[in-house]
Design a protein around this ligand. Structure first.
Ligand SMILES: Cc1cc2nc3c(=O)[nH]c(=O)nc-3n(C[C@H](O)[C@H](O)[C@H](O)COP(=O)(O)OP(=O)(O)OC[C@H]3O[C@@H](n4cnc5c(N)ncnc54)[C@H](O)[C@@H]3O)c2cc1C
Length: 423
């Protein structure tokens, strides 16, 4: 069977890999000049490894991507970096039962309740009953108001903005359930892992085309994909891994009822500022800092080189400053210099020794669709992989649930759509 796959992120590549192994003729179209999609990277001059445009790591529980990486001989290293939270302008390590027990900003009894509740979520499997409640109501009920106010509300507001009070408890459960203290990182980065996968697909006879933007999908006898360079290709079946809004724009003949259900799905974009520094930002070795104070103009501060050795980046220290934002937010039109200036006072409050002269270079990356907003009872609302057009399949991050989207679930989704097609 001739199968066209749109997008060479982890979903598209994983589907392609399964399908070529089954003997299908597969062509992947990718608008960028390299694979990886949202997990794609960049490399400054003198860096041995590329890094992700947006911070990335894996959990021990990310089995699908770990098994795939092993099969294609791409190593993933695990280590246990430090995760902390910022309260006021002080950093507290908060990544173990003991660190929660001595965390001073909520009463002792609340800490015990929070610990017991986290343990319950880690062991529980009944996520279906949790998708009918908001995370806010659930967390207040199980951990108490002070734990919600200090530990969780600032993160929900920072991540989901106006949607913070509407996120189901199942989303929170999934985050706790799959989280591990040890974090993984592919040797040479996620983009290189995607590259290894792409090369394997090509070795097995598949075709992966870069700088090929699909602008329309149409079915007559066969599917015709039209590209921005005016070329066209025909297939028996097509898998589209693009965000739903692009899928609905480029696909001809989708029924209105279906389009109306897809239009109800919501999501946020991401704007990430990356700074390479001549000094380490965190004096205590923190890798990930959650900013639990909404007066700061960012949600997370991540020192990548406290997870991965800086020797791979010409001994530069790399920090990510991350935000999830609605598409119209003004950060999307700011330059890296404007964001550096905007963030500078906050960076100085977190580390008073920090100075602009530490910055070697700055980079800005913008993704317009980066985080689905999952509503209550989402299991009844997820768009199906099979679309109303026979032979056309949709597989994107809005179908990852109850887990939060991630490269591991992109691999699982790609494998799932490939299995559906092959049957
Ligand atoms: C800020 C941020 C942090 C994250 N952190 C983590 C993390 O720590 N760990 C983790 O595992 N995951 C993380 N993720 C999520 C992870 O990156 C995604 O879930 C995953 O990469 C999605 O893969 P995908 O293939 O489904 O989609 P995408 O990666 O979006 O792939 C779609 C591909 O389609 C291409 N494309 C778009 N339009 C066209 C067109 N018209 N024609 C042809 N090609 C087109 C795009 O260029 C892209 O390559 C993070 C994401 C973000 C934004």
């Amino acid at each position: 069977m001739k199968i066209g796959i749109i997008g060479a992120g982890f979903t598209g590549l994983s589907a392609a890999y399964v399908l070529v192994k089954k003997g299908h003729q597969v062509t992947v179209f990718e608008s960028a000049n390299k694979p990886g999609g949202l997990a794609g990277g960049f490399r400054a001059k003198n860096w041995e490894w590329a890094i992700e445009q947006h911070y990335h790591h894996l959990f021990v529980s990310d089995n699908a991507i770990r098994i795939l990486a092993e099969e294609i001989n791409h190593e993933i290293n695990f280590s246990r970096p430090k995760t902390s939270i910022l309260i006021g302008n002080k950093i507290y390590q908060l990544d173990s039962p003991l660190s929660l027990l001595i965390f001073p900003h909520i009463p002792f009894f609340s800490r015990v309740r929070a610990g017991a509740s986290l343990l319950y979520l880690k062991l529980a499997n009944n996520w279906k009953s949790l998708e009918t409640l908001t995370a806010r109501d659930y967390l207040i009920r199980t951990m108490g108001n002070s734990a919600w106010k200090v530990l969780w509300e600032p993160l929900f507001v920072g991540k989901f903005g106006n949607f913070a009070d509407k996120i189901p408890a199942s989303w929170f459960w999934a985050r706790i359930k799959k989280r591990s203290a040890s974090l993984g990182y592919p040797v040479r980065g996620f983009e290189d892992l995607a590259q290894t996968l792409s090369e394997q697909i090509q070795k097995l006879g598949g075709v992966v085309l870069y700088r090929k933007q699909v602008i329309s999908i149409e079915k007559k006898e066969l599917f015709t994909l039209r590209l921005s360079d005016k070329s066209r290709f025909e297939f028996d079946k097509v898998i589209c891994t693009l965000p739903t809004t692009i899928f609905t724009k480029i696909t001809k003949g989708l029924p209105d009822v279906y389009l109306n259900t897809l239009k109800k799905l919501e999501g946020l974009g991401a704007v990430t500022l990356v700074l390479s520094l001549n000094k380490s930002f965190f004096e205590d070795g923190t890798y990930w800092l959650n900013i639990n104070n909404r007066k700061y103009p960012f949600l997370a501060l991540v020192e990548h080189t406290n997870l991965v050795d800086k020797k791979y980046y010409n001994n530069e220290n790399i920090i990510y400053i991350g935000n999830y934002l609605p598409a119209g937010h003004d950060y999307f039109v700011k330059s890296e210099t404007e964001l550096v200036n905007l963030f500078l006072p906050a960076l100085r409050e977190i580390n008073p020794k920090f100075n602009k002269s530490w910055i070697i270079d700055s980079y800005i990356f913008k993704a317009f669709f980066a985080q689905p907003i999952v509503p209550l009872n989402y299991s009844n609302k997820i768009p199906s992989i099979k679309t109303p057009i026979d032979g056309l399949y949709l597989a994107n991050i809005q179908q990852v649930y109850p887990w939060d989207r991630g490269t591991n679930y992109a691999v699982e989704l790609g494998q799932k759509v490939a299995k559906i097609i092959s049957h």
